[in-house]
Design a protein around this ligand. Sequence first.
Ligand code: GDP
Ligand code: MG
Length: 181
Amino acid sequence: MAEEGGREEYLFKIVVIGDSAVGKSNLLSRFARDEFDHNSKATIGVEFQTQVVEVDGKEVKAQVWDTAGQERFRAVTSAYYRGAVGALIVYDISRNTTFESVKRWLDELNTHCDTAVARMLVGNKCDLDNIREVSVEEGKSLAEEEGLFFIETSALDSTNVRKAFEIVIREIYDKVSRKIL
Ligand code: GDP
Ligand code: MG
């Protein structure tokens, strides 16, 4: 947070993590540009996108980072996590293996970031309910165990995408206001 001409500026770095192809890049493009990419080109290049959100009448800049394909090689660098105050840990509700990976992502997050970082477990692709492999209850109970927020989203049909980011941003804002972060 920086003070500029008496006006507070909020810039929150939020990282999106999770296995390859769970929909991280599409969640980000849905949030930042309201777009969905059907072609699934491995996102190379775009490091982060900034989206302005209003919280309590204040302008908050959410700088959301994308792993840009690094996760395929299990090579997400410490620079990626540096300075993050929020994290979305994403799995695909139609692929149980991506849910099983969540603990590993949490371990990695915890080695790089303070435990106060606002964390949301995101079960993406909830439009694929007919081929679901992870129940809502499983998602919820893991989130409870690990002290995370929980939401199911669909980047494809926009379900809860804004909400997922807004809950995290609100939590960060509250923690920053209370000087916990
Ligand atoms: P990333 O590797 O985690 O960044 O995943 P991508 O955003 O590249 O998405 C991987 C694949 O899943 C692509 O084929 C997307 O079109 C698809 N996808 C992403 N989000 C959704 C979703 O909410 N629903 C469905 N059905 N497919 C999705
Ligand atoms: Mg990607």
